[in-house]
Design a protein around this ligand. Sequence first.
Ligand SMILES: NC(=O)C1=CN([C@@H]2O[C@H](COP(=O)(O)OP(=O)(O)OC[C@H]3O[C@@H](n4cnc5c(N)ncnc54)[C@H](O)[C@@H]3O)[C@@H](O)[C@H]2O)C=CC1
Ligand SMILES: O=C(O)CCC(=O)C(=O)O
Length: 526
Amino acid sequence: MSKVLVSDPIDQAGIDILSQVATVDVKTGLKPEELVQIIGEYDALMIRSGTRVTQEIIEAGTQLKIIGRAGVGVDNVDVPAATRKGIVVVNSPEGNTIAAAEHALAMMLSLSRYIPDANASVKRGEWDRKSFIGAEVYKKTIGIVGLGKIGSHVAAVARAMGMKLLAFDPFISTERAEQIGCQLVDLEVLIQQADYITLHIPKTPETTHLINTERLAKMKPNARIINCARGGIIDEEALAVALREGKIAGAALDVYEAEPLGESSLKSLGQQAVLTPHLGASTTEAQVNVAIDVAEQIRDVLLGLAARSAVNIPGLSPDVMEELKPYMQLAETLGKLVGQLAGGRVELLNVRLQGELATNKSQPLVVASLKGLLYQALRERVNYVNASIEAKERGIRVIETRDASIKDYAGSLHLEATGSLGTHSVTGALFGGGEIRLTNLDDFPINVPPNQHMLFTLHRDMPGIIGKLGSLLGSFNVNIASMQVGRKIIRGDAVMVLSLDDPLPDGILPEIIKVSGIRDAYTVTL
Ligand SMILES: NC(=O)C1=CN([C@@H]2O[C@H](COP(=O)(O)OP(=O)(O)OC[C@H]3O[C@@H](n4cnc5c(N)ncnc54)[C@H](O)[C@@H]3O)[C@@H](O)[C@H]2O)C=CC1
Ligand SMILES: O=C(O)CCC(=O)C(=O)O
């Protein structure tokens, strides 16, 4: 019989499901070294946010087939390490949506009416009615940053409370925002106009310290901010200063840069700060939902079936998987690339399956392309199962075509996306040993392997451009790993594809576009 280790508190409903197919050991509060010692015995590991599944634990888990995160965020799992070892990582993208949204709303009302401090004062034996004169949310403006699952539910309830709704989400169409009843605005407008700002976005390099000293200074003095998403989206030190100096009226936080929250200047603040210990998902209902959702997937994988919310490995039948596996990564990489070239708010994705891929069996490659395209917006919340639904909800039209006559490579994939930066296309194929190659960019022939940090330029093919760009990058201390020019005619238009050792520093892209002969430049992270 298989063995499952449950290393965080999980609802009994999940344990009951796992027990149908496995011996279940519940051992919570293990130290990392204790987990490394015992993990080798187990076929599956089920966690919440309390267990950090490091590469060392994954390496020691020689029998592991699946890691199940009873919740949304898999930022406590080294997913690339699990993928390298063929371990499926699953989560529950929707099981705690309502719980997290309601917590954010509860935080907003608690802040406005000083409920935590008023409660504490009554319990101390006081009857102080003067210190807790609150503010109404009715007719106030709420600015929702991130209009995904949780943000949309917050919007629906806030609307019912008579609030005016602004939203910032660069990956959502205006139509979708209007359906939810929100006016889509730039972040800076939202920051300046909102009375309440609530964050419902993933933590990514772009969202880290999104709320910093400068943005706090632009908020209204009566503004209150709520973070029930991820710690680190707000710069906590800057927030504490802004609250202490009365630059804004209040903050309610459920998540912190380091958890549990240790020494922090937030703790010495008065009633203008409400702090909870990462309770967003802590409702009986959400814990039952996520436990069942994830336990069912662990059970299915242990029985040799597919998982419905795998974040790293698709739930395809073994024979289809065998044939398509080498191309899934290609499709996802091309999706990530073309999505970033097209900018946010992609309206249209054309996927052309070429050569031997031009068959019905290759349909999962369209889904993998969408998963890549949506990665920048949704991170680990997009998977092979929900990618098509998420695309539809975001108003992304997907056109799928097949062309068996294109035989430059055995099989190749061509993606074209239209978004806020215009229309861009990329083609890719697999070379010997399954190595991914980008073979065409915006109709220019190229032949480069994808790299984590890349820079693309559209320029005039003329002497001196490559040197000027190289010097400019050098002056910003950016090291070029490789460079290739793609052109159709000599001294005509051309593209330059550069692989960089590091991400491009902020502010350099406009400088690149100023170089004479360069018409456009794009940077992507894969
Ligand atoms: N406190 C808690 O216990 C819980 C926290 N969460 C967290 O809540 C957050 C939201 O979760 P969901 O709504 O389920 O995710 P979701 O994936 O449905 O929505 C996230 C939204 O953020 C948008 N987005 C991505 N990057 C952005 C950026 N740079 N600026 C503005 N918008 C951006 C996306 O387009 C998407 O619409 C996540 O960070 C999740 O980990 C989720 C559940 C419980
Ligand atoms: O498991 C928990 O309580 C944390 C929930 C959470 O933050 C998530 O699902 O992303």
